[in-house]
Design a protein around this ligand. Structure first.
Ligand code: IPE
Ligand code: MG
Length: 233
């Protein structure tokens, strides 16, 4: 979700106003994603590198996250959304950690869309903690190094799901440490639209782009088509 700062600056407003507008966009995109049958939506809200921003902006972002979690918990629950906050919680304030635990617990048994909010998330720290966990299991004699497969590593990530479609707003062509392992075969859609302006119509453009992609996973086109025919039969 990129472009909040530029959105505000273009209006002569402080960056925090952009983050507030961005929070509104989050709400409408969650609703739109549910309407369009998305099964897992992961929103990159705050990266492990975002702590480097000015302290006032970090504070405002943390407040906004806390308020949003509390405000929307009940409604998300009513919509059967299962919410998970992914990333390293330990650096977050105790109050925010409590809000996260509450909403995760409230929605844990829901059966609708999985909503991952990445807070203090970075793909490299995520991979590091997974590797450390594996190493500890090996050291304890519970796991043989030969058993370490892609699946075993994936299970120890914060997000154990492959990304099908990666949407980056704000026109930047980079991954910024987002789900590096899970994006191995992601289709990448870069939108020039700044996040506060990203609405359902923009989401539909991204979904149309995705629908038009041929996902070959290393195979050739004829093989993919043969697989598709077999499935349709
Ligand atoms: C939002 O956009 C990303 C967050 C960390 C919430 P930015 O704040 O990076 O916006 P730009 O890139 O400065 O426009
Ligand atoms: Mg940015």
């Amino acid at each position: 979700m990129d472009g909040n700062g530029r959105w505000a600056e273009a209006r002569g407003q402080i960056r925090i106003k952009g983050h507030q507008a961005g929070a509104q966009a989050v709400r409408s995109i969650i609703e739109a994603a549910m309407r369009h049958g998305i099964s897992i939506l992961t929103l990159y809200a705050f990266s492990s590198e975002n702590w480097k921003r000015p302290a006032t902006e970090v504070k405002a972002l943390m407040q906004l996250l806390g308020t949003a979690l509390k405000e929307h918990a009940r409604e998300l629950n009513e919509h059967q959304v299962r919410m998970r906050v992914v990333g390293d919680h330990s650096a977050l304030s105790p109050a925010l950690q409590r809000s996260i635990a509450a909403v995760e617990e409230l929605t844990a048994n829901n059966t609708g869309m999985i909503l991952n909010i990445a807070i203090n998330y970075g793909a490299r720290p995520e991979l590091l903690q997974a590797v450390r966990t594996l190493a500890a299991e090996v050291a304890a004699g519970r796991l043989d190094p030969g058993q370490i497969s892609e699946g075993e590593l994936t299970q120890r990530l914060y997000v154990p799901d492959d990304v099908d479609l990666l949407i980056r707003t704000g026109g930047e062509f980079r991954l910024s440490n987002f789900l590096l392992w899970q994006c191995a075969y992601a289709e990448i859609y870069v939108s020039p639209v700044l996040w506060p302006d990203f609405d359902e119509a923009e989401l539909i453009k991204a979904l149309r782009f995705y629908a038009g992609r041929e996902r070959r996973f290393g195979m050739i086109s004829a093989q993919v088509q043969a697989q598709q025919c077999a499935k349709d039969d």
